[in-house]
Design a protein around this ligand. Structure first.
Ligand code: CDP
Ligand code: CDP
Length: 224
């Protein structure tokens, strides 16, 4: 049997991480872990409980009593929060605009990283997020940092919203994405950052297939 490696895919919002990570995982028959979904699920639960997102101890009480499961579903990855599916709920504008405030907390991140590392214990994993190459899987055999201009990323989200029949405002999306990138890259703990040994791919003018092919090339080189 060939070696089952770990692949870390990081980058800012809407750079195409989850789309390409899912395809690469399917091609290699690896598991795909969307770590952003875990921070989103906690944010969703905390908002429902009326918790203060600034209060780390309150968030930790909630997190320690929370199960988050990621599993393959008919339309991509399914997210279960305490056994109940919240795949769509965690993508709401409210969660999207608040999640970065939850993700700044050191203890929250420590617990999330522990859970994420458990998923990857046997290799054969493609994981996407902000700190995978730098903190969660520092020994991943393949590390990729995806980039695209903020205009392109907002345009991609806009097209996705229109396709799904959701209301969408391109200028607002641009502002929200830029604001989230700023919080994610300026936070003290595990900020969004390219790992020194990650390969940077600017996807601004690349198709999904182009990006998948590049990552598959890197993966197959390492698998041998
Ligand atoms: O898909 P999108 O790029 O919109 O975001 P996401 O991957 O679902 O992540 C949502 C948020 O969770 C990010 O903006 C970060 O604040 C946080 N996050 C993080 O801090 N570390 C990770 N490994 C993954 C996500
Ligand atoms: O996970 P992340 O937030 O980084 O981005 P995503 O949700 O995978 O991708 C955002 C949108 O960009 C999706 O609708 C993708 O189909 C699209 N996309 C694209 O148009 N071109 C690429 N090279 C990658 C993604």
């Amino acid at each position: 049997m060939s070696r089952r490696i770990s692949i870390a895919i990081d980058g800012p919002a809407a750079a195409g991480k989850s789309t390409v990570a899912k395809i690469v995982a399917e091609k290699l028959t690896y598991i795909y872990i969307d770590t952003g979904a875990m921070y989103r699920a906690l944010t969703y639960k905390a908002l429902n409980k009326g918790a203060s997102l600034d209060n780390e101890s309150e968030l930790m009480v909630i997190l320690n009593d929370t199960s988050i499961e990621l599993m393959p579903g008919e339309f991509g990855q399914k997210v279960l929060l305490d056994g109940i599916e919240v795949t769509n709920e965690i993508r709401s504008a409210e969660v999207t605009n608040q999640v970065s405030y939850v993700a700044v907390h050191e203890l929250v991140r420590k617990e999330m990283v522990k859970r994420q590392q458990q998923f990857a214990i046997d290799g054969g994993v493609v994981m996407d997020g902000r700190d995978i190459g730098t903190h969660v899987l520092p020994n991943a055999e393949v590390k990729v940092f995806l980039l695209a201009s903020v205009e392109e990323r907002a345009q991609r989200r806009h097209a996705e919203n229109i396709q799904k029949g959701f209301p969408s405002d391109l200028e607002k999306l641009k502002e929200e994405i830029a604001a989230r990138d700023k919080i994610d890259s300026e936070r003290e703990v595990a900020p969004l950052k390219k790992a020194n040994d990650a390969i940077e791919i600017d996807t601004t003018s690349l198709s999904i297939t182009d990006v998948v092919d590049k990552i598959m090339g890197l993966a197959l080189e390492r698998i041998g």
